[in-house]
Design a protein around this ligand. Structure first.
Ligand code: RFL
Length: 388
């Protein structure tokens, strides 16, 4: 079989890329290891920033792919148990949305398949080959155990941090730049309404966050040590800790449906290409979830790569493809800088046991500056909306 682009991974980056290419008239095949049901249920991110929402609007897709509710230019904080809302200045007019990742994924699958896209679930042992040559191939086994080979011009590695795409690149080609923050988040899903649409707590026991996921479900985040085990976090302990850090009782201690530990780290692989293999999204970079930028960076990469392939296919001009890695890395580092700053601020301002009293006071000063300085507030707004 022949196609122009084989897309490995049907997550946010892969499905957005597939949809953009399809609508630009470029052949592609998406290979996803998991089942459709699994991918559509997988809960993770919740924020589509203004840049990403505009991208969908400019491509005529906003109404079909974006769900959820628009977010106001306001972040809710609780500092030592006191409510401290922060309105941020923005020239943007409310494009950004609380859109659960699985809603975006489900809608992208509907659009892609509805427009005739080729999306193959349960593709096993996906193996990119000869990506450093003129005509790469991707092999995989389907659910019935039959092996297939796709010849293509480009391979888009959209298969996340643990995927095969980056792993297929020989040692020594990519540099890995990373930073460990030294703590994890216990992320909890509950079948219970959150007290607030969104709220983040700075507290001496550590950071806590709560986000509504529709009217009946919510997600909570609790900063915890790296060496903690999920089993140590009974439901009662989770609720007690949430209440202590927010300084208020939760509305309902509903059933907890999932608990996961996520170590906070930043990672960038450079370059984001090898031969005709291009890395997008988490396959190329990770940002700490405090920033809410992981999904948005994945969407940015898909936007840049789709435009680059279109330019090459329609005009024979490879300059955008050649610039792909540099274009994306410039954007990625800018948002890594924001993510690291915001992550440090929110955690250092609370629990001194990680970085001490000096850092706590610096972080508190930074937090106050967001309220007191119009310039600092505006810059913060630019990053939150993705428009910096
Ligand atoms: P995805 O969405 O993980 O998609 C990768 C896809 O590749 C498939 N795959 C393979 N397919 C074929 N062959 C293989 N060998 C394969 N290996 C993997 C997978 O099944 C999957 O379908 O990566 P992508 O597209 O790069 O998108 C990145 C975002 O998903 C990610 O950055 C965010 O979810 C990160 N993230 C958050 N980002 C935000 O912007 N805001 C948030 O609030 C936020 N919260 C989070 C998060 C990530 C989390 N976890 C667990 C990683 C909360 C959590 C808990």
């Amino acid at each position: 079989e022949n196609t122009t682009v084989v897309i490995v991974g049907g997550g946010v980056a892969g499905l957005a890329l597939g949809t953009f290419l399809l609508r630009d008239g470029i052949d592609c095949v998406v290979l996803e290891r998991q089942s459709r049901q699994y991918v559509e249920q997988r809960q993770r991110a919740g924020v589509v920033d203004s840049r990403a929402a505009r991208m969908f609007r400019e491509r005529g897709l906003a109404d079909r792919v974006l769900g959820g509710v628009p977010f106001e230019p306001l972040l809710n904080f609780r500092v030592d148990g006191e409510t401290r809302p922060l309105a941020y200045a923005t020239d943007d007019h409310g494009d950004g949305r609380f859109c659960p990742q699985q809603v975006l994924v489900r809608n992208l699958i509907d659009v892609f398949l509805g427009e005739g896209g080729d999306l193959r679930f349960e593709a096993e042992d996906v193996t990119p080959e000869d990506v450093d040559g003129p005509r790469p191939r991707v092999r995989y086994r389907d659910g019935a155990g039959v092996t297939h080979t796709l010849d293509c011009a480009y391979v888009a590695g959209c298969d996340g941090d643990h995927g095969v795409s980056r792993a297929s690149i020989p040692e020594g080609i990519l540099a890995r730049h990373s930073h460990e923050y030294g703590y994890a988040w216990l992320t909890v899903l509950a079948d219970a309404p959150a007290n607030h649409q969104s709220m983040m707590a700075i507290h001496e026991r550590g950071f806590a966050g709560q986000f509504a996921r529709g009217p009946l479900a919510s997600r909570f985040y609790l900063q915890c040590p790296l060496d903690t085990a999920v089993e140590e976090w009974t439901d009662d302990r989770v609720w007690e800790e949430v209440e202590a850090r927010f300084g208020e009782p939760v509305a309902v201690r509903g059933p907890i449906t999932a608990k996961t530990l996520v170590p906070l780290r930043s990672v960038v692989h450079d370059p984001m290409t090898y031969g005709r293999l291009y890395l997008l999204g988490d396959a190329a970079h990770l940002v700490p979830p405090m920033s809410a930028k992981g999904m948005n960076l994945a969407l940015h990469d898909a936007d840049v790569f789709a435009a680059a392939v279109l330019r090459k296919v329609s005009e024979g001009d490879a300059s955008l493809l050649e610039a792909y890695s540099a274009t994306c890395l410039k954007h990625v580092w800018n948002y890594q800088a924001f993510a690291a700053w915001f992550t440090d601020l929110m955690h250092d301002a609370g629990d001194v046991s990680y970085r001490g009293e000096f850092r706590r006071r610096l972080a508190r000063a930074e937090f106050e500056r967001l309220h007191g300085s119009e310039s600092a507030n505006r810059l913060f707004g630019e990053f939150l909306t993705g428009l910096n």
